[in-house]
Write a protein that binds this ligand. Structure first.
Ligand SMILES: [Fe+2]
Length: 275
């Protein structure tokens, strides 16, 4: 088990002002001072680093180890697995962090920081998972499972056997990363785990006040069993608020699901990225 958690995300955007406004006003985040033109926002348990570039692109995802010793062990493991390690692009982690690049060019950063996000009150939403879409999921899945060390919790397949989603865990939570089959290689969505179903109600009321519609949900996903709603940020990236994500036993076998609406949302309408 990797024993890492999603700690922060970096998105490329052509529309930095609108994106920063949305994440400040709607996601309750505030600016961290930073020396260059990038903007870094944080609230309790969530940090996003915005960088100019083609929108709907994951610049990198930062995963945190429990301590610096675990980071060194992970680095050795990744070197032994034959991964190319790159300099970390994350200003959030220190110099000991390193990056890897998947077959689609997505970067994951592994690092450690003892610094806590500020604890002042904001709506509950711990950055919990990120999903990338790809036109060619199998090389990505093999890369993350065989070399990086994520464990596959659940796989969703079409009747003809084509994989449409793969949910992967890096600790006891059902997934902290996933790959979806899509029409292009891009960021699919980012997700924030709340403390309870009532928090999702509060988030929904908060979005309603700003006339931001929920475009999918409320519902319950099959894989992960989590309750969810989704809204879109100004770049069109889905933002998910979740509760009750499944805790997984270490020896749990990989589950297999059929690609249909009920798998994606047992409460009703599914949002199928591909038919
Ligand atoms: Fe999700």
């Amino acid at each position: 088990m990797l024993n890492v958690k999603l700690h922060h995300l970096s998105f490329l955007t052509e529309n930095q002002n609108s994106m920063v406004d949305f994440y400040q006003n709607m996601m309750g985040m505030s600016k961290i001072s930073h020396p260059n033109d990038d903007v870094i926002l944080q609230a309790k348990n969530r940090i996003i680093h915005f960088v100019e570039g083609a929108k709907n692109t994951l610049n990198y995802a930062g995963y945190i180890t429990p301590d610096i010793e675990s980071l060194e062990k992970l680095r050795s493991r990744h070197l032994k697995a034959g991964l190319n390690l790159f300099k970390s692009p994350s200003p959030i982690f220190g110099d000991s962090a390193y990056a890897i690049k998947d077959p689609d060019g997505n970067r994951l950063v592994f690092g450690y920081s003892a610094e806590k996000t500020k604890e002042e009150s904001s709506m509950a939403g711990r950055m919990q998972h990120v999903v990338v879409a790809s036109t060619n999921v199998e090389p990505l899945i093999n890369f993350y499972a065989d070399q990086v060390g994520f464990v596959i919790s659940d796989i969703v397949k079409k009747e003809d056997g084509q994989i449409t989603s793969c949910f992967m865990r890096s600790d006891t939570e059902h997934h902290s990363f996933a790959v979806f089959l899509g029409a292009s290689n891009k960021l699919d969505h980012n997700c924030y785990e709340t403390d309870s179903w009532n928090d999702i109600r509060d988030w929904a009321d908060h979005f309603a006040e700003a006339e931001i519609p929920i475009f999918w949900g409320p519902g319950r996903h099959g894989p992960g069993n989590n309750l969810f709603i989704m809204v879109k940020d100004p770049d069109g990236n889905p933002v998910e608020l979740s509760a009750e994500i499944e805790e997984v036993e270490q020896d749990r076998q990989t589950g297999f699901w059929i690609h249909n609406e009920r798998t994606l949302n047992s409460w009703g309408k599914g949002l199928l990225r591909v038919d």
